[in-house]
Design a protein around this ligand. Sequence first.
Ligand code: ADP
Ligand code: MG
Length: 388
Amino acid sequence: MNVTVIDPGATLGVLGGGQLGAMFATAGRRMGYAIAVWDPDPEAPAHRLADYSFTAPFTDLDARKKFVQLVRAVTYEWENVPADLCEQLEREVPVRPSSRVLRVIQDRIEQKTFLRARGLAVPKFSVLASPEELNREAAPAFPLVCKTATSGYDGKGQWKISRAEDCAAVAQELRRTMRPGSRWILEEWLPFEREVSILVVRGADGATRTYPLVENVHEDGILRQTTVPADVPVTVAEQAATMAREAVVALDGLGVFCVELFLMPGGRLLINEIAPRPHNSGHYTLDACTVSQFEQQVRALCGLPLGEVRLLSSAVMLNLIGDDVLLATTSPAAHDLFREPGAVVHLYGKRVTRPKRKMGHISFLAPTSAEALAKASAFRARLLSTRP
Ligand code: ADP
Ligand code: MG
């Protein structure tokens, strides 16, 4: 296959300037590229690492013209950037993953319908076009979870429904938060044994690589901790890699993808969701792999050969959420952390701390994942004990 290579020295564009955009910019600059960040929030962390910053609204035509003249290729840091903008940009430069892939992924209904139609297992679901449909669709199985079709993240825009009596309150919430055209997906709430995820990288020539399977722990719908490698039988890890690769190939996706799965008692795997970009559960690759997920994003975008996906060390990644970051940086626990062998601290430089906001993370590297887990748990306990 004939692949156009974008050589170092060129400018790469990224839509979205959060920590994922910042880590992409860091990887791109290390590899000799210039980086243009477009995020309407002037305080977005990636602007600090950008060669060129765009802070106009994503709908600004003048900014779009300037951006597209500057960059040789475009990617994005998360799926809630406007697909229309990506479609406009890709008339002139490559956008990876494409706007077509983005449109499928950014709507939970489209995404799950797509996967199910290709024989990939997903939780049972039904579609709500109005809050009034909730009562009818919810009967008779509980527990359920209702999610907005678009724009949800970190557990936002989700309501658990444990029993029939919860439906009225949830329908009320849907009415309160709805926008024109809102739709929702109603899913069975699964009693999974573990949550796992896996990064798939697909290069411009169609070649794929999969990183090791990791295990995730969420609290309140937000990722708290990732352990690599996941402590599951080899057959489960292989099955997850096969499903993830199949999903990305079916989408014809180019770039980095993270596939989140539920592992059920008995070993069955179901795909929860796919992110068309590097993922929080893949941050361990920054410290525990030769080639990080962000370097792969640069390589795939530029048509370069993909890098190896070798794990150099077991690791646990612990997120610093909300005011965890204050304790982790200013309490005595902070100095313990700097003394801790194998601990790598990443702070995102967000000026405002808010509850449930991801402020940073720590990677704990150790010869085995059990040792890495012990380090992470000891630190977390120390952190919690200093909380006023
Ligand atoms: P987000 O885009 O916010 O990450 P997810 O669909 O991944 O949305 O949901 C966030 C978390 O909520 C999941 O990682 C999981 O812990 C829990 N969750 C979501 N859907 C289900 C489900 N059908 N059954 C059980 N837990 C679920
Ligand atoms: Mg998720």
